[in-house]
Design a protein around this ligand. Structure first.
Ligand code: AMP
Ligand code: GLY
Length: 424
C-alpha cells in the first residue's frame, strides 16, 4: 500500500522508519515531514483538507497515519474517513479525551477509572471563589488548562502564590488562548510516571511496551515542563502484574466507557500514568503516540508495525503483528538552548554523517534541509536514539550519549541524565 504519515516531528520520523520496514509498504509519504523523513520517504506539503484529499487521490495513497493531535481535534480524520480514506487515528469526538480534559475526567469518573480528584473553574468564575478555594488547599496542587497547550499547560504549584500565578496565566494572560478558558485544579499525585501506548480498533487492543519520558527541561527533573527531553523503553516499573491492573482498571473501562456513549476510539490511546502507593492512576490521556517515547518504543518491538496500525484502522486488530524484542532503547533529545521559551534556530547541524555507522538512529524533529545541508528549525531538534538487543540500560545510555557527542550545532542543549532512573 501507499502510506501517508501526517506530521513533522521526531515521532513521525520514527513512525516513518518503522513503516518503511514493512513489506506491506510500497511507497511512503510524509506531510509536511522534515529533513530526516525526506531521506526515507517523499515529503509532501498541503494546505487544508481539500488539498490534502486531492494529494491523497493523486498519489494513490491507501492508508493515512496521523501523528500530532492537531489533525485529530480539528476534524481532519473525520473528513478523510467521510471520503472513504482508511485512517489510523481517532475522530474528533474520541480525540477529545486529549483535547478536553474535562471530557476525559467525565469518562474516567463515569467508569471508575482512577485519576486525581479535581475541581473546575472557568474564566467567568468569581475571583473570590477561586481565591477562597486555593487558600484552603494543601500544597502542592496542580493547575491545568482544559484544552490543548502543547504540553505546557500544566503548573505544579508549591504554594498559593504559584497557584494564583497559574490562574492569572490562564484567565488574565490567556496564555493558551481558548484552551485557557477553563482550568482544572487537581490533587498532586506522587509516584513514578510511565507512558503506555494502547493500539485499539475501538474494541480490542494491544499494549505496546511502556516507556518513560523526561518532561522537565533540566537535569534531575528540574525547571519547566517541555514536550519531552528524552525517553527510554521498556519501563520496568510496569511489570506484568502492574500492567494487568492497568488493563483492568484503566484501559478496558476507558475504551468500553467511550463505546457506551457512542464514541469509538480507533488509534493510539496514550495513557500517561503515575504509579502511586494506591495503585496506577491516570495523569492524562492523549489520543496519539507520544514524542519522544515513540522513538524508543518502536525500537523495542519486532514484527509488522504497519500491519498492526492498518488492521486496527480497518476495525479488526491483528494482535499478533508485533511483540517486544527483548531489547532496550534510550532517546536523548537535543534542543535549541532557550526551549521551551524563546530560542534561535537556523544553525547548521554537523556530525550527522558520523552517526551512520553507529548503533544509533538520529530522528529529526525541528530540522530543515537546504540543498543537502541540515539546519535547526525548532525547539526540539534531534532525538539521538540507541538500541541494544538485550536488557541493558547502562549500555543503551552510553551509546545514546556517544551519539550525542558527535552532533554539533550552535546553541545545542540536552539533558545529561536521560535514562538514569532506569538504572536504579
Ligand atoms: P501533562 O501535560 O498532563 O502530562 O502533565 C505534565 C506533567 O505534569 C506530568 O507528566 C506530570 O509530571 C505532572 N503532573 C500532571 N498532573 C499531575 C498530578 N495530578 N500530580 C502530579 N504531577 C502531575
Ligand atoms: N512526551 C509526551 C507527549 O508526547 O505528550
Amino acid at each position: 500500500m501507499n502510506v501517508l504519515i501526517l506530521g513533522n516531528g521526531g515521532r513521525e520520523h520514527a513512525l516513518a522508519l518503522k513503516v518503511s520496514e514493512s513489506s506491506l509498504c510500497t511507497k511512503l509519504y510524509v506531510a509536511p515531514g522534515n529533513a530526516g523523513t525526506e531521506t526515507i520517504a517523499e515529503n509532501l506539503s498541503f494546505e487544508g483538507n481539500e488539498n490534502l484529499l486531492e494529494l491523497i487521490s493523486r498519489k494513490e495513497i491507501t492508508f493515512v497515519i496521523v501523528g500530532p493531535e492537531k489533525y485529530l481535534v480539528d476534524g481532519t480524520v473525520d473528513f478523510l474517513r467521510s471520503n472513504n480514506i482508511i485512517v489510523f487515528g481517532p475522530g474528533k469526538d474520541a480525540a477529545n479525551i486529549e483535547g478536553d480534559k474535562l471530557f476525559a475526567k467525565k469518562v474516567m469518573s463515569d467508569n471508575n477509572v482512577p485519576t486525581a480528584k479535581f475541581i473546575e473553574f472557568s474564566n467567568s468564575s468569581s475571583k473570590e471563589d477561586i481565591y477562597y478555594y486555593l487558600k484552603k488547599q494543601k500544597y502542592p496542587i496542580v493547575i491545568k488548562a482544559n484544552g490543548l497547550a502543547g504540553g505546557k499547560g500544566v503548573s505544579i504549584c508549591k504554594n498559593i502564590y504559584d497557584a494564583l500565578d497559574a490562574v492569572l496565566l490562564n484567565f488574565d494572560e490567556k496564555a493558551f488562548g481558548e484552551a485557557s478558558n477553563k482550568i482544572l485544579v487537581e490533587d498532586f499525585l506522587e509516584g513514578e510516571e510511565a507512558s503506555l501506548f494502547i493500539i485499539s480498533d475501538g474494541e480490542d487492543y494491544v499494549c505496546l511496551p511502556a516507556a518513560q519520558d523526561h518532561k522537565r527541561i533540566g537535569d534531575n527533573d528540574s525547571g519547566k515542563n517541555t514536550g519531552g527531553m528524552g525517553a527510554y523503553a521498556p519501563a520496568d516499573i510496569i511489570t506484568l502484574e502492574v500492567l494487568k491492573v492497568i488493563e483492568e482498571t484503566i484501559v478496558k473501562p476507558t475504551l468500553m466507557g467511550m463505546k457506551k456513549i457512542g464514541i469509538q476510539f480507533t488509534g493510539c490511546l496514550f495513557c500517561g500514568l503515575i504509579l502511586t502507593k494506591d495503585g496506577p492512576k491516570v495523569i492524562e490521556f492523549n489520543a496519539r503516540f507520544g514524542d519522544p517515547e515513540t522513538q524508543t518504543v518502536l525500537n523495542v518491538i519486532d514484527g509488522d508495525f504497519l500491519e498492526l496500525l492498518y488492521s486496527a484502522a480497518k476495525g479488526k486488530i491483528n494482535k499478533e503483528s508485533v511483540k517486544y524484542n527483548g531489547g532496550t532503547s534510550v532517546c536523548v533529545v537535543t534542543a535549541s538552548d532557550g526551549y521551551p521559551d524563546e530560542y534561535q534556530t537556523g544553525y547548521e547541524i554537523f556530525g550527522l554523517d558520523h552517526l551512520k555507522d553507529m548503533l544509533v538512529h538520529v530522528y529529526h524533529a525541528g530540522t530543515q534541509s537546504k540543498e543537502g545541508t541540515v539546519f535547526s528549525s525548532g525547539g526540539r531538534v534531534l532525538g539521538v536514539t540507541s538500541f541494544v538487543k538485550e536488557k541493558n540500560f547502562a549500555e543503551a545510555i552510553k551509546l545514546a550519549y556517544r551519539g550525542v557527542s558527535k552532533i554539533h550545532y550552535e546553541n545545542i542543549y540536552f539533558r545529561t541524565d536521560i535514562g538514569k532512573r532506569a538504572l536504579r
